[in-house]
Design a binder for this molecule. Structure first.
Ligand SMILES: Nc1ncnc2c1ncn2[C@@H]1O[C@H](COP(=O)(O)OP(=O)(O)OP(=O)(O)O)[C@@H](O)[C@H]1O
Ligand SMILES: [Mg+2]
Length: 464
């Protein structure tokens, strides 16, 4: 062999991901590549020209696959091995060991190792997730069927978005739903599905955040046996959702590489299971969601532009609860009703003087946060009562009914000015919550009607 070829082979040996270990017919190591060094935590200099039993004292003639291949001319294929390497790190490899024969003479043995530690971990996670998915209890919890009738709101922008979503249920085009956390993205996605011709076929939701990309790929597209250890012939969610809808929640968390695979699937309407080249036709409607502005995501390189245009055929933008102040009262009464039914209570409503606070609170968790707060109070309130301040948790009290003050006043100002500001704010809120009815407002604030009139003038508060 000329030197050029030797150099080429050496470069290949040092660049591949598989570990290569070769011993001569005396059991001494003659080749030990970089990948093998990394896997076993040994240096070439510690291994080369040494007898393998001296270097790896835990092995003996019977357990060393290399020595077995040498002695018995045995070919040992695809044997998984889990062990602690020299850095006390647990690793799992798949090894193939063979004798090297020249003119019928065994001149040495070769071992090729593939590090599958990561894949093993991922496959175990995937299997456990898929078990969870097929567990009947899990399914029962999951299948909360939402339809358009469970979507509450009369705010103009919100109603427009919902009307558009209703139209989307007449088609099979992809939909992108954009809204902050708790604004009802899943609610809308389910309503579109259950209002569509696909209603009797599966609706499957998959959150794309917090799952490693390789695992998400296997979950979405399925696997074939042998694509990695533990991998079985399993259908992925695309096959599960065939003829139905797949809801890809938080699509912005999906890695760019998987985004491009997804784009291919959407364009071709077929998938390839991980480890297979066979194409399987699928008919799946995609609804995707993001809680960040998609255009901002594209700019930041977190969302592929081509995928965005492919899924943004119909786009639904759900306003935050801050932008739907006019729906707060409606939602509060809807949730009181919901938890009356659930808790078997007859709660009549909410203390009107609290409504102003609810309207001006910055709902960062949107409708979900509002629902949770009402649910909490519904547990405490007496059967026939109305929700008052004392029924809400101390945290809610601090957050909604007290802290708003601190946010709004500059504490550096002097006391009389601060007090005037507090007064002005309380009156404005009370007016709002009483629909600008002066008698009701004064009653709520516990002051005389004339006093209120006087304060309105003094504080320059306009009554509409
Ligand atoms: N318009 C609405 N009418 C009635 N209930 C609503 C409405 N919007 C949201 N909800 C309630 O709020 C909860 C949260 O909604 P959903 O799970 O759809 O939010 P999301 O936008 O998917 O949030 P996240 O981004 O955190 O996943 C729902 O379970 C539902 O009970
Ligand atoms: Mg959601």
């Amino acid at each position: 062999m000329n030197d050029d070829i030797k150099n080429i082979l050496y470069t290949i040996l040092e660049s591949i991901d598989e570990g290569v270990h070769v011993i001569n017919n005396e059991g001494k190591t003659i080749i030990y590549n970089k990948a093998m060094e990394k896997m076993e935590g040994m240096k070439k200099s510690e291994v080369i020209d040494k007898n393998i039993l001296d270097v790896f004292p835990s092995l003996d003639k019977a357990t060393s696959t290399l020595l077995r291949a040498l002695k018995n001319k045995e070919v040992i294929l695809d044997i998984p091995q889990t062990y602690f390497n020299n850095h006390e790190k647990e690793i799992t490899t798949i090894n193939t060991t063979l004798p090297i024969t020249v003119h019928n003479q065994v001149i040495g043995a070769l071992e090729i190792s593939k590090d599958i530690t990561k894949l093993k971990y991922l496959s175990e996670q995937m299997i456990s997730l898929q078990n969870q998915l097929s567990n009947p209890n899990h399914k029962k919890n999951y299948k909360r069927k939402f339809t358009f009738s469970s979507i509450i709101g009369k705010n103009e922008n919100f109603t427009k978005a919902i009307e558009y979503a209703k139209k989307a249920s007449n088609f099979s085009s992809s939909v992108l739903i954009y809204g902050e956390t708790g604004t009802g993205k899943e609610l809308v996605a389910q309503s579109i599905h259950y209002g569509s011709a696909r209603a009797n076929k599966p609706f499957i939701a998959q959150n794309c955040a917090a799952i490693p990309e390789t695992l998400l790929e296997s979950i979405l597209f399925g696997t074939v046996k042998g694509s990695f250890t533990g991998a079985m012939n399993k259908e992925g969610l695309f096959e599960h959702a065939n003829e139905g809808t797949l809801f890809l929640d938080e699509i912005n968390s999906m890695g760019m590489q998987l985004q491009s695979k997804l784009l291919r699937v959407l364009q071709e309407s077929n998938i390839r299971r991980v480890g297979s080249l066979d194409e399987i036709d699928v008919d799946v409607r995609i609804i995707a969601s993001t809680n960040e502005d998609p255009y901002k995501l594209i700019k930041e390189g977190k969302l592929r532009k081509d995928l965005f245009y492919r899924i943004n055929v119909m786009s639904i933008n759900l306003p935050s609860l801050r932008e739907r102040e006019d729906d707060i009262e409606l939602l509060i009464y809807y949730f009181i009703d919901k938890y009356n039914n659930r808790l078997n209570k007859k709660v009549k409503g909410v203390d009107e003087s609290l409504l102003g606070w609810f309207r001006s609170y910055k709902w960062s968790g949107n409708v979900r946060e509002l629902e949770n707060i009402i649910e909490g109070a519904m547990n405490i309130v007496e059967n026939n009562g109305i929700l008052r301040k004392e029924h809400f948790s101390p945290q809610t009290n601090a957050k909604i009914f007290a802290l708003t003050f601190n946010k709004e006043y500059k504490l550096k100002e002097n006391l009389p000015n601060t007090l005037l500001q507090i007064e002005k704010n309380m009156i404005t809120k009370a007016l709002k919550s009483c629909n600008f009815n002066i008698s009701k407002t004064s009653e709520n604030l516990g002051i005389k009607r004339q006093t209120l009139q006087h304060k309105l003038k003094k504080l320059n508060i306009k009554v509409k």
